[in-house]
Write a protein that binds this ligand. Structure first.
Ligand SMILES: Nc1ncnc2c1ncn2[C@@H]1O[C@H](COP(=O)(O)OP(=O)(O)OP(=O)(O)O)[C@@H](O)[C@H]1O
Ligand SMILES: [Mg+2]
Length: 236
């Protein structure tokens, strides 16, 4: 197992936001976590990334207990997160944003340049805009850049928090295509989405989170055809 979360409990003061959550991600998978507003999706992701500390439970990554590990070390171990709302550096260029993503790397400047080139080869739309200020990119391009910046940390697993939020249907499609491409290049993906239909359609497995608890889990294609999922999350 690449990533295992066992019986996680997270509090904000007295608010018990995450209740005994267990989930796992195998190497190479796309796993999605779906749920309504306030279900605890972001809280779960931030706890995995080390930005929040749980009251109890364990998080294991490649056999190592990372429950108490600092966020920057977790990033260095290979877990990179694209936060909700993207948060790119608006006053920096596309290229500078990608450079920032590589700040924990110890490889040579030439090696990192080569990786940026590979990234631009895969996502040429950003190459055309490499000197453009990131804040002037469209919402979809900003999401692509945010993913690119996270990839520059050379992660083993990429964690995405609502990558399709606020995007037009066409851009949503592009962003999901990009996630598939990233996964096919060997990066495991843990995806949080309110767009359950798109998320399930590209995932291997999925978990449903409701008010802090996992209420359902299984094969993504099966969940896509599950009646209660359809009613609650697929607008059917
Ligand atoms: N900093 C905070 N202080 C207090 N409560 C918080 C804080 N952040 C989140 N919460 C609460 O924890 C619960 C889970 O929030 P979280 O942001 O994880 O939900 P979410 O599933 O990501 O929702 P959304 O789909 O709206 O992004 C909510 O009830 C929220 O109000
Ligand atoms: Mg959230």
């Amino acid at each position: 197992m690449m990533l295992s979360v066992e019986n996680l409990n997270v509090f904000y003061g007295h608010i018990h936001a995450i209740k005994d959550v267990s989930l796992h991600v195998k190497e190479g998978e796309i796993v999605s976590l779906i749920g309504a507003n306030g279900a605890g999706k972001t809280t779960t992701l931030q706890t995995i990334s080390g930005l929040l500390k749980p009251k109890s439970g364990t998080i294991t990554f490649e056999g190592k207990d990372i429950t108490k590990t600092e966020a920057h070390q977790i990033l260095q171990m290979g877990i990179a997160q694209v936060p909700e709302g993207r948060r790119i550096f608006a006053n920096m260029t596309v290229k500078e944003n990608l450079e920032m993503g590589a700040f924990t790397r110890k490889e040579s400047a030439a090696q990192l340049k080569e990786e940026r080139k590979n990234f631009y080869d895969k996502f040429p739309r950003l190459r055309e805009r490499k000197k453009q200020m990131a804040g002037t990119l469209s919402g979809g391009e900003q999401q692509m850049l945010a993913m690119g910046r996270a990839l520059m940390a050379n992660p083993k697993i990429l964690i995405l928090d609502e990558p399709s939020m606020g995007l037009s249907p066409l851009l949503v499609k592009e962003v999901f295509e990009m996630i598939k491409t990233i996964n096919q290049s060997g990066v495991t993906v843990l995806l949080v989405e309110q767009n359950a239909k798109m998320a399930l359609s590209i995932s291997n497995r999925a978990y449903v989170l409701e008010t802090g608890k996992i209420t359902m889990e299984g094969d993504a294609k099966e969940l896509l055809h599950n009646e209660s999922i359809k009613k609650a999350y697929l607008g059917a």
